[in-house]
Write a protein that binds this ligand. Structure first.
Ligand code: ADP
Ligand code: MG
Length: 254
């Protein structure tokens, strides 16, 4: 079962994964209230308005936009809510946007350049082990990386008998070229991400991009989470995240 970005981030945050914070809104007035609250929480004046639909590639389709003041928040939220969002991952008709996430701008300038990575956790069926797939080539389509620069894709398998180990977290941070504070933050990030994936019995967690901010924090800017349908009976709270509006009407069980 797919869930929305904001729901995936709620799960991540509950496991201690740092996220780009935000509030969900269903109309422009709620969007402005959310932006005000977010400014009070974070101190940032710029906000990113993100369409909440079960499809990736929203940025490319015009479903992710930066607002530099409250007027722009209201205007952009008004444009995105209710639109048919067409992305490389939707059908030709696109998907109707019912909600937006008003998220903090985390690409602020500072000591170092912000940098985007890619990271996902899923089951490698052939090996019968979970695998963490990651690359320095974040923010873009992972299929493109796999096709054009496969040497940049790293995989770290987890032995189910011993679980995810500290040396694996260190190896991942090292392969991503991180040092100092960012390295330590990445180790914490991947450890918490793996725990979230495992304890929710998920089918996939994909974080693209994982962002290193200009002050060397590591945070999930996006979250694509696929919960395992067969395990949802064990997770009533997660089962409630279902959004039937996103499902093909003929596939929805009555
Ligand atoms: P999707 O994968 O559906 O396109 P993302 O959440 O990954 O949606 O956002 C798409 C892109 O938008 C990101 O790769 C990032 O470069 C950009 N983006 C997201 N949040 C911000 C932000 N706060 N400031 C600037 N750019 C952002
Ligand atoms: Mg993304």
């Amino acid at each position: 079962m797919d869930i929305h970005e904001y729901q995936g981030k709620e799960i991540l945050a509950s496991y201690g994964v740092k996220i780009q914070r935000g509030y969900v809104a269903s109309n422009p007035q709620e969007a402005v209230a959310a932006a005000k609250q977010l400014t009070a929480d974070t101190g940032t004046g710029w906000h990113v308005i993100k369409a909440q639909v079960h499809a990736g590639g929203r940025g490319k389709g015009g479903g992710v936009k930066l607002a530099k003041n409250l007027e722009q928040v209201e205007e952009i939220a008004g444009q995105i809510i209710g639109m048919q969002l067409i992305t490389p991952q939707t059908s030709a008709e696109g998907k109707t946007v019912h909600q937006v996430l008003i998220a903090e701008d985390v690409y602020y300038p500072g000591e170092s350049e912000p940098k985007e990575y890619y990271m996902s956790v899923l089951l490698d069926r052939a090996k019968g082990q979970n695998v963490i797939i990651y690359t320095t080539e974040g923010g873009m389509d992972i299929e493109e990386v796999a096709e054009h620069s496969p040497e940049k894709l790293h995989r770290e398998w987890v032995d189910p008998k011993i679980g995810f180990q500290g040396f694996q977290a260190r190896k991942i941070a090292f392969n991503l070229g991180l040092t100092g504070k960012a390295e330590k933050e990445m180790e914490k990030f991947v450890t918490a991400l793996y725990k979230a994936y495992e304890e929710t019995d998920s089918a996939m967690f994909e974080i693209n991009p994982v962002l290193k901010t200009s002050d060397d924090r590591i945070i999930a800017v996006d979250a694509k989470v696929d919960l395992d349908d067969n395990a949802l009976f064990r997770h009533k709270d997660l089962a409630e995240m279902r959004d039937v509006r996103e499902e093909n009407p003929i596939e929805v069980d009555p």
